[in-house]
Design a protein around this ligand. Sequence first.
Ligand code: GLV
Length: 347
Amino acid sequence: LDVILPFVSNHFTCLYQETIVMDRPKVFVTRNYHPEAVNLLEQEFDVEVWDTNIPPPREVILDKVTEVQGMMTEAFDSIDREVVETAITLRVVANRAVGTDNFDIVAASNKGILLANTPGVLHETCADMTFALMLGVARRVVYADRQVRAGAWKVLDQSAYLGFDVNGKILGIVGIGQIAQAVIKRAIGFNMEVIYFSRTRRPEIEHEYGIRWVKDVSAILSESDFVSMHVPLTTETRGILGINEFKKMKKSAILVNTSRGPVVDSLALYHALSNGLIAGAGLDVVDPEPISPDHPLLTLPNVVVTPHIASASTTTFSGMAIMAAENIIAALNGEKMPSCINSDLLR
Ligand code: GLV
């Protein structure tokens, strides 16, 4: 017995250790710029980081979903039906984004894959950017900077830079999520009148901020000096602003889009801007992304385009990554996730 017991106990210890090692779930992170999130994940999982800032090719995603339990994705990493159908081991995908249009939610839910996003950490930062674009276009900040750099500042001549006031104007908002509400708070400080359209009317928000609901997007377009888009990209919102909609806007109106590019028809917007149907546009998102440097929109002086950076303050960038990691940790530990979008739909 003295001989056998140590052997048995040792044997079981080895088995136990092997089991622990074998059971440590695997997580794939699709970019290399989230060290805090990776540190968190590494405390519990074997983590593989796609070691560039370029999205992994589709084949890599298709391969990883057959071997990892968790995946941390960015807004444009497509987790579509084919990816879901290919998945074998995958249990959770956490977007470092609030948008979820890169997910096939129905397919993932049917397969029991948990999906997550990052609401509640980025809305104030995105609202700041919405105002940056409104002010940047209306007060010609970017245009003026380009002129200064080109050596055009020879005398004090404001007449070449006249813009539009933001203060005191009518702001029309499409959508009434957290980002829209953060924009409304700022608009109140600018003494703006705010109207909004959303399929779901929110009387408590109307009451809290003294804003007015209008019955459709057309009413937003015809009444507003500034139109700001805050809708998710869905089959209903894709292309909701096209040439017919731009014709309904004031000629002095400025469009701001920080939601998703395909909500606006880019070429129709170019025609609207170049034919004076509207006065300007501030776009943090475009269709397609990245926009080609020779896209006609970029020839226009009354357009400001930023490369999908509305949430990109240092604090919010890492806050979103940490929340994505926390979603994965909770999901793989069978705990309540900070922000699961499909817990109700799982089969
Ligand atoms: C960014 O686009 C996001 O959805 O958070």
